[in-house]
Design a protein around this ligand. Sequence first.
Ligand code: NAD
Length: 232
Amino acid sequence: MKKIVILTGAGISAESGIQTFRGAGGLWNGYNVMEVASPEGWAKNPALVLNFYNLRRADAAKAKPNQAHIALSKLEKKFNTLIITQNIDNLHEQGGSSHIMHLHGKLSEVKSVANDNIVYDIGDKPIQLGDTAEDGQQLRPNVVWFGEMVPMIAAAIEETATADIFIIIGTSLAVYPAASLLHYVPSSTPVYLIDPNEPDIYNPPTNFSFIQQKATEGVPMLVNKLLNKRPI
Ligand code: NAD
């Protein structure tokens, strides 16, 4: 079975009603991203950060997967398919995909501020200052903030380096190290990028196709093409 690796960003969930952040002028739902998604922001105002993620968690709980999330799950019929997502929502899971790597963590999870291995799934519930883990430490969202390590990046690079087809959907490719994955794609591997806006790509791959469409249009079209086309 050929292997497809798909890198997704906030744009794939935009048509499910979840805002992207670059699209909103560098703000994330009206907040300065560094105030709500960095260790410095957390040190300055943890209550604001918790409230921000409580709102995002509640929004995401109401969202439904769109035709792009659903179409990607169909690739599993014919391909060894892995989705590497920068998104913290669970719309790929709801859309039926089974192999998903959440590079930047999950909205539905919280962890101890003192121990990355003490993680709880809280679904769509809020957390407040004073809510603690079993080690007595404050709980925080289990998401990767700007300036923090991305624990899964090594595994993501390994998967990308063995992709037969690589697809990028709805990401500005402005957040590192996720954006650097593109440079690990083998040179013979076709790369498709679906986004209504063309991201600025330094040194684009040789076998590169830009599909200038919204995810709900471009993704089902590409999936149909890949499912019918032989050999790839
Ligand atoms: P980004 O906000 O920087 O870029 C969004 C991209 O999506 C842009 O290139 C834009 O042109 C494109 N886009 C907008 N509407 C689209 C549509 N209908 N179909 C396809 N593409 C569309 O997003 P990013 O590159 O993912 O980086 C944002 C960071 O913020 C990520 O690390 C992520 O963790 C976080 N974030 C996550 C969510 C989520 O979980 N849904 C939402 C906002 C931000």
